[in-house]
Design a binder for this molecule. Structure first.
Ligand code: A3P
Length: 284
């Protein structure tokens, strides 16, 4: 499979069409009550959706165990997700997207919809993406880590360049309706993250409810939740046994990058992210 391209961004070719991205960008109307998860793929999207779903049910796991992630928080940039979003008559207004800022629904920028953007160490994003795309048939498959590494630095990976995606969205970081979280902080102190999210959404949880949110969104709990690990996707696209929950750790890149790759990556990072505050990128 090859990518489908729209406005110089490569997209995975399954369930995504250039005309759809155009419609989403130009016509999709977001509502003030929408709560939007936006990420570059492999940054912890599903984890945040699980947390948001559990905040909605005050920690009760029934909903996350009976309804798939893509129905609870549909990806508006896919044909099926768009349909869910447009047709949905009930349920909380959660939605997800991996779109870069320049292709995001225009209506967002004049709405009060709340957006949470998760940043993850791009070296770990690269490794996570490599292991995902090479075993699934959802997108162009890399033949080796070396090859995927080059694609990543060039931005020839699903949803384009990590560097451009993050730089683009970070222009919104001071907005009242935008919250930026980091995967690494979520790992280090999940409780504070959930409290921060609740504060941002204006939702209060009892201490017991907060405990339940944390328990039911742990890596282990998510690994066991069938509604989260790509349910209903045909086996020819995602072979049995492939899970989003791969390792769920920080720093796995250290087990993979050569010193030369580390150096090349860091040079690109410095060049592409120049001028952004270093406290946005807290990882090692
Ligand atoms: P790894 O491949 O490094 O393990 P996304 O949802 O954006 O596709 O991100 C997937 C990454 O998030 C995977 O990273 C996955 O293991 C990790 N992840 C999912 N749930 C998690 C959790 N509860 N805690 C920590 N990491 C989690």
């Amino acid at each position: 499979k090859d990518y489908v391209w729209y406005q110089d961004i490569p997209f995975p070719p399954v369930d995504i069409y250039p005309e759809l991205i155009k419609t989403v960008h130009e016509e999709l109307v977001l509502k003030d009550e929408d709560i939007i998860t936006v990420t570059y793929p492999k940054s912890g999207t599903h984890w945040l959706i699980e947390v948001l779903s559990l905040i909605h049910t005050k920690g009760d796991p029934n909903w996350i165990r009976s309804v798939p992630t893509y129905v609870r928080s549909p990806w508006i940039d896919t044909a099926s997700g768009y349909k869910f979003k447009v047709e949905r008559k009930e349920g909380p207004p959660l939605i997800s997207s991996h779109l870069p800022i320049q292709l995001f629904p225009k209506s967002f920028f004049t709405s009060k919809a709340k957006m949470i953007y998760v940043i993850r160490n791009p070296k770990d994003v690269l490794i996570s993406g490599y292991y995902f795309w090479r075993v699934t048939n959802l997108s162009k498959k890399p033949e080796s880590l070396e090859q995927y590494f080059e694609w990543f630095l060039q931005g020839h990976v699903p949803y384009g360049s990590w560097f451009d995606h993050v730089r683009g969205w970070m222009s919104m970081r001071e907005k009242e309706n935008v919250l930026v979280l980091s995967y690494e902080q979520m790992k280090k102190d999940p409780r504070s993250m959930v409290e921060k999210i609740c504060g941002f959404l204006g939702k209060a949880l009892e201490p017991r409810e907060l405990d339940l949110v944390l328990e039911n969104s742990s890596f282990q709990a998510m690994k066991e939740n069938k509604m989260y690990n790509l349910p209903d996707v045909p086996e020819e696209l995602v072979p049995a046994g492939i899970k989003i929950t791969r390792k769920g750790i920080t720093g796995d890149w250290k087990n993979h990058f050569t010193p030369a790759q580390t150096q090349a990556f860091e040079e690109t990072f410095r060049e592409k992210m120049a001028g952004l505050p270093p406290e946005l990128f807290l990882w090692d």
